[in-house]
Design a protein around this ligand. Sequence first.
Ligand code: R5P
Length: 298
Amino acid sequence: MNAVVIAMPGNERLADTLAAQLAMDRIAATVRRFPDGESHVRVEGLIHGRHALIACTLDRPDDKLVQLMLLACAVREAGARSVGLVAPYLAYMRQDARFAPGETISAQHISAWISRHVDWLVTVDPHLHRIADLSHVYSIATHVVRAAESVAGWVQSQVRQPLLVGPDEESAQWVSDVARHVNAPFVVLAKTRRSDHVVEVSVPDVERWRSHTPVLIDDIVSTAGTMMETMGHLRRAGLAAPVCVAVHAVFAHSAFDQLLAAGAADVVSCDTIQHPSNRIALAPAIAAGVRKLLPVNG
Ligand code: R5P
């Protein structure tokens, strides 16, 4: 019997694509709030004995995690053989250390919580910095979809003479990957974060790239402070207005507008979080990732 896919609110397009590409049935779910602010979930349709997948990207996670956990419980109690999660954006991976006494390492707790409720996880480029691998915090099977090839395809078709720029050492992993696919030069900067909104970036000698179009690539754009600080340095060095590419378009508050107002030639993102800047589709790559973990033949 076919496996089933269930969308958390806002994830219907992803669920539809996965259902179409993987020949899965779409099952409806009610996810709503009671007047007192608590959540109510209910799954409808035939789940008993079938493998199930919940589609739920995890930006603004505090609004979603409780409902996601309840939905996973409802799916299991309806008799699903297994419950998987497709979360194109994986939350809480940036709080990966105790930066000051009294803090907690949120990444460990959120991943333990998710691991208790689902059997497997597919995500896109999670923020792996001080945690080197998802298996260090997730106790379930995971598959990471890499956005680099899709980002490279977009850059290749849309940007003339690109110079790929990574704003910090962490970005070297995906910037170098995109550069290899595009066959373009790349530079990686050094960043120091002073607070939630303030970052300092030091830029190597970039004057020789003045004939190129800088393409800033980061995994997450939240306040856009990192991108704007980087852009300022590049412009002062005489480089052209850059194209900014985010894998995950988190864009807190007015960050997107601020980035455009700061002089970005264009702001583009992958569709891991729905946003007007989405122009790089990852659903086909995500479907391929799901195929690796979904135990349909089991
Ligand atoms: C940081 O470690 C990430 O790779 C991004 O550089 C960071 O999340 C960007 O944050 P913001 O847009 O707030 O500067």
